[in-house]
Each structure stands twice: as structure tokens, then as C-alpha cells.
Design a protein. Structure first.
Length: 165
């Protein structure tokens, strides 16, 4: 009986380890997907992008809220991913507000209006004229909640005169 329990313990341990093996850092992910791998934010780069981002210009504002989801299984592999929702106000009139969807557990990560986890640290990608080599930038996609459009955008954080921007 002791040998059977030991065998079952080893079997279950190997199955649970296989579910997330190998672990590959998001920063070194080459875009090729391995089934059951875990694409992990090993250095917690995504943490710097989590939170509320706000752009304002007069009576127009665009607010996005990003949340990091860890070990999300997308049907093929596990990954750490940023999800988000947004609010758009133009001339003081709210045109889009999907912020409440952020807390809906029935929405899958890639079904949120903002999602992504591509990390850039060089100046190969746009905007090249506003880039600092080594600076971590996050590439995410945004779905227009009203029209059948999709956009890709890159966020970056900088410290200018001792203040994060």
C-alpha cells in the first residue's frame, strides 16, 4: 500500500509539473509557442504598467485601467498577461466606458477590450523617434467597443526629473 501511495504521489507530481513546463520569460519569448509552457513575467516588468493611465486634453480624456493576470491558460499554454478596459470622454460626453468589465470573472483575458504581454526593450519598434534602448515598453491591443476596429499601442514608463511618467 505504501508503494502504491508513493507511486501515485510521484505520478501526480509529474503531471502537475508538466502542466507548466518549461517556464519561459516574457522578455526572451521569441514568439514561437510551446504547448503547456508557462510564459512568465519573471522580472515583474508587467507590474510597472499595472494601474490607471489617463490622457487629458481640454474636455477630452482617455482612461485605461490595466491589471496583471498570472498563469492564465489560453488553451495551449500558460502566460502572464495584462488585461484592461477603458473610458473615452470627448467634449465632456462619455462615448465609451467598459471599465466595469474589468471585474467580470466570466470574461476571458483575450476577450477584454485591452490585452497583451509583449515586452520590448530596444528601438526596433515604433515609436522609434521616442525610444531609449533598454527601456521596457509594453505592447498591447485595444478593441474598439463601438466599431469593428482594433489598434495596437505601446506603453512606456519613464522617470523625468525624478518623476515617473
Amino acid at each position: 500500500m505504501k508503494n502504491v501511495l508513493l507511486f501515485l504521489g510521484i505520478l501526480f507530481s509529474s503531471i502537475s509539473c508538466k502542466a507548466q513546463s518549461p517556464v519561459i520569460g516574457l522578455e526572451i519569448w521569441d514568439g514561437f509557442e510551446q504547448e503547456n509552457a508557462y510564459y512568465k513575467d519573471i522580472n515583474n516588468v508587467l507590474d510597472a504598467f499595472e494601474g490607471t493611465w489617463l490622457y487629458t486634453n481640454g474636455n477630452t480624456s482617455f482612461k485605461i485601467v490595466l491589471v496583471k493576470k498570472t498563469m492564465y491558460f489560453n488553451g495551449k499554454y500558460y502566460e502572464d498577461i495584462m488585461i484592461g478596459e477603458y473610458q473615452y470622454i470627448r467634449n465632456g460626453v462619455e462615448l465609451i466606458n467598459t471599465l466595469s468589465d474589468l471585474n467580470d470573472p466570466s470574461i476571458g483575458a483575450y476577450d477584454h477590450n485591452i490585452s497583451g504581454n509583449i515586452i520590448h526593450d530596444n528601438c526596433k519598434y515604433l515609436p522609434v523617434d521616442d525610444c531609449v534602448d533598454g527601456e521596457k515598453r509594453l505592447d498591447v491591443g485595444l478593441i474598439d467597443a463601438l466599431k469593428p476596429f482594433w489598434a495596437d499601442f505601446i506603453l512606456h514608463k519613464r522617470v523625468i526629473n525624478g518623476q515617473p511618467h
